[in-house]
Ligand binder design. Structure first.
Ligand SMILES: [Zn+2]
Length: 412
């Protein structure tokens, strides 16, 4: 029998327990005194307790254990709401080729292959557009993917490290490469190397957190990666952590975790599927190997803000097409947002002299409803077209930059 932890669909994101662990270290001196290099946050309190500390309803149950009550005396954790209070991510993701030299394995160097890293980069370039669109429900954001990898080598006595080590490496990588604090470092962890704070043996897929700058940690569960990732080796986890990092780059328990409610933490994961030109196909809880349509890539579902603190979120808060990414500076920002929402799915609106107004139900003096519906369809089609052109242009630019680089290398 397969152990549930071996099931790809059940690999969870440990961001929340890491956030809670980091926060405890700041506010609970008793716990901080005992925390040593090499410890993981799960050494502070059991991970099952850490993952729920921020929930008021779980707090009473945790306190009912005298041992926990003593350790957590006077401790308070902030509860995050549905909205993003802190600004969202606007920057560049840099993938790192981590080379782990493992001393007790004869100095064997373990790393995710170059080919697999560049596949993950290609995937992220495709996934960035819908992730940014869905995340725009929480605020303005932008996601660019660096086409080149950063190489960084570490030496470990055995095949184990912790988040404390990872934070240190992330800061050194940023310093070595002059990365601004607006950037994000992405580390894909090869099979055979274990981050004790994101242990794949405990069913953890990955997490995002904050060193001097945001970073993403992803366990890779196979080799010869593909953008479509039918075997579920990395894409669900990577998209999950990118989306959550984009909405909550500071990882400080203020902004919500926007993927957990749609799974895999709270329920069978909802996946949004897209075709080769980036057009949305559908959202389903069916795994990629079992869907009955062709697709190019998928991303982890991103919850609608109204359900951002629900666990699980209702299906209709996870199953919806990417909202259009229109950022306007008009005065009645809220109202214009309603208009944009109506372009996606909502009631039909038209623009009156003071902003959008809904088309009233019932008979109208002229064919207002038909015309408004036609215009709405045209607007949606035109915006999609602009996004496609933009995506292609960005790709051309990246390819141009890569070619320039290789020409320079050729000359040297
Ligand atoms: Zn998560």
């Amino acid at each position: 029998m397969t152990h549930p932890k071996d099931s790809p669909a059940l690999r969870v994101c440990s961001t929340r327990q890491i956030k809670n662990g980091k926060h405890l270290l700041q506010v609970a001196p008793r716990l901080r005194e005992n925390f040593k290099p090499g410890d993981r946050y799960g050494d502070l309190l059991p991970e099952s307790v850490l993952a729920h500390l921020h929930k008021p309803e779980a707090w009473a149950a945790i306190q009912s254990s005298p041992e926990h009550a003593k350790l957590l005396k006077g401790v308070k954790l902030p509860t995050s709401g549905n909205a993003a209070t802190d600004p969202l991510f606007k920057g560049i993701l840099h993938f790192v080729e981590m080379q782990f030299k493992i001393q007790n394995q004869g100095n064997n160097v373990v790393a995710v292959s170059n080919a697999d890293l560049s596949t993950a980069i290609d995937y992220s370039i495709d996934a960035a557009t819908p992730i940014s669109e869905y995340s725009s429900l929480y605020g303005t954001n932008s996601i660019a993917i660096s086409p080149t990898t950063i190489t960084y080598g570490v030496t470990l006595s055995d095949n184990i490290f912790t988040d404390q080590d990872l934070q240190d490496w992330v800061n050194k990588i940023a310093a070595n490469n002059n990365l601004p604090t607006s950037a994000c470092v992405v580390v894909l962890c090869p099979q055979g190397v274990i981050n004790r704070d994101g242990d794949p043996g405990n069913g953890i897929g990955g997490y995002h957190s904050m060193a001097n700058l945001p970073y993403i940690f992803v366990n890779v569960f196979g080799q010869n990666l593909t953008v479509a990732d039918a075997p579920f080796y990395y894409a669900q986890i990577l998209s999950h952590e990118i989306a959550e990092m984009v909405v909550d780059p500071l990882a400080n328990a203020v902004n919500p975790e926007v993927c957990d409610p749609c799974g895999p933490n709270c329920q069978t994961v909802f996946l949004d599927y897209f075709d080769a030109t980036g057009n949305y196909i559908s959202t389903t809880q069916t795994m990629p190997q079992s869907v009955n349509f062709q697709y190019a890539f998928y991303i982890n579902g991103i919850v609608q803000p109204a359900s951002a603190t629900a666990c699980p979120a209702p299906a209709n808060a996870c199953d919806y097409s990417p909202p259009l990414r229109l950022w306007v500076n008009w005065n009645k920002y809220e109202i214009w947002n309603w208009l944009i929402g109506s372009l996606a799915d909502g009631p039909l609106w038209v623009i009156g002299p003071h902003g959008p107004v809904p088309v009233p139900p019932g008979p109208l003096p002229f064919d207002a409803r038909e015309r408004a519906e036609r215009v709405r369809a045209n607007i949606i089609e035109s915006i999609r077209e602009l996004e496609l052109i933009g995506t292609e242009l960005t790709r051309e630019k990246l390819i141009g930059a890569l070619e320039k680089r290789s020409q320079k290398k050729g000359k040297a």
